[in-house]
Design a protein around this ligand. Structure first.
Ligand SMILES: [Mg+2]
Length: 407
């Protein structure tokens, strides 16, 4: 009993020391004292922090409106939940981040280890460390070292990257018993533009599943033309995403149909495939869409194959998912893409945590042409200071990812 009380006292003391040190460091940060550059990060404090608690928590969030169908799947809804992992150290540091549905099985693998045994700030999670702790460990290490994640990543990008709304779906089809019509899609675009977005990603691929083929293709062309006409004076750029529901012929017919409407990128016309993808890229080069990026590698990607497509000049923007591919793996992938002169925009659809993680990748690793914005509200999460202004998302200078759990 005495031993336990003694151990508890020591723990409380180290906790207090860490908290005092953090307060001083934060004060220094705001007083304008010079901060360390990425190459000079002293990782040794990570060895002084041992994980003594891992909690997996379910959090709720909601999109600002009902999100309907895309080319491939049905209504996406509005209210959702996800899991986060919260890692705490004996010294009182706490970091958290998005995790998998089965993260609970990995808890034992992290308990009792020092943060330094699990994580290297120059690379990310160490070999063998569960991917489920990738985001939480980046947050925790940033908090212990008192640096924002984008600084840990080297600060190679911009702190205000273009951001697009990824929430323009086939909303004309809802509610099913009384479909709203295409005006609803325009209304949703207006909401997003008022919110601060200057890029809209418009779901297309209506020819695949929800409409008769020709009518679907015609509606895709009509809505993209209408959005362009309605918002061009507000400087809005359009991206399109067919969720792999087009054939090569559909993709070309769509581009012919929109004619001189400028497109920022064409995402997932069909599952990436060397010959078809090359033919489309060549057709775009020869027919006035040479400036439109071909973006792919989101749905069930083969990362090695995507690198080959990048090398061959077929794939312009790699879209591997921020969470699915993983933060640490994105850190090692980005330099390869830079070498191949291929851009990135890690797929962030789902929730705003992924948008903010992706903004940190963009600011830290650079080479991101835009960030996928997922507008969300949550009573469980304080999403931190990531304002969207004039089409750009800004990253905070707070340590870690700069977001907090409520309660
Ligand atoms: Mg997509």
């Amino acid at each position: 009993m005495v031993e336990r009380r003694k151990a508890l006292k020591t723990m409380m003391k180290t906790r207090r020391q860490f908290l005092q040190k953090s307060a001083l460091a934060t004060a220094a940060c705001f007083s304008g004292l010079p901060r360390l550059g990425a190459a000079e990060i002293d990782a040794s404090p990570l060895n002084e922090h041992r994980i003594d608690s891992i909690e997996i928590r379910r959090v709720k969030f909601r999109w600002p409106r009902l999100v309907g169908k895309n080319g491939r799947i049905g209504v996406h809804g509005q209210h959702h939940q996800t899991n986060v992992a919260i890692l705490r150290t004996e010294q009182g540091a706490e970091g958290w981040g998005l995790t998998g549905w089965e993260a609970g099985r990995d808890v034992e693998l992290g308990m009792g280890k020092t943060v330094g045994e699990l994580f290297d700030p120059a690379k990310g999670i160490r070999d063998g460390v569960p991917k489920d702790f990738d985001f939480a460990l980046h947050d925790l290490a940033g908090i212990i070292l008192d640096i924002p994640v984008h600084e840990m990543l080297g600060g190679k990008g911009t702190k205000a990257t273009p951001v697009y709304s990824g929430m323009i779906y086939f909303d004309e089809l809802e509610p099913e018993d009384h479909p709203a019509g295409l005006d609803k899609v325009i209304e949703n675009c207006a909401w997003d533009v008022d919110y601060g977005y200057r890029q809209l990603k418009v779901k297309i691929g209506r020819s695949g599943r929800w409409y008769p083929h020709d009518e679907g293709l015609k509606t895709d062309i009509e809505i993209v033309r209408r959005i362009h006409e309605t918002f061009k004076d507000r400087g809005v750029e359009i991206l399109v995403d067919a969720n792999d529901m087009y054939s090569l012929e559909d993709a070309i017919a769509f581009l012919e149909g929109i004619g001189d409407v400028p497109l920022f990128w064409f995402e997932e016309p069909f599952q990436e495939e060397r010959e078809r993808s090359r033919k489309l890229r060549d057709w775009m080069h020869a027919n006035g869409f040479e400036k439109t990026y071909l973006a792919d590698g989101e749905f069930r990607p083969d990362p090695k194959f995507c690198l080959e497509l990048a090398k061959e000049g077929i794939l312009d923007v790699n879209l591997h998912d921020t969470f699915g591919h993983g933060f640490t793996r994105w850190r090692s992938l980005m330099p390869k893409l830079v070498e191949l002169d291929t851009l990135a925009s890690p797929h962030a659809w789902g929730d705003r945590l992924k948008t903010h993680y992706t903004a940190q990748i963009a600011a830290g690793l650079g080479n991101c042409c835009t960030v996928e914005g997922v507008t969300c509200e949550s009573d469980d999460i304080d999403y931190g200071d990531y304002p969207i202004k004039d089409g750009r998302i800004h990253v905070p200078e707070a340590p870690g990812f700069g977001m907090k759990l409520i309660g």
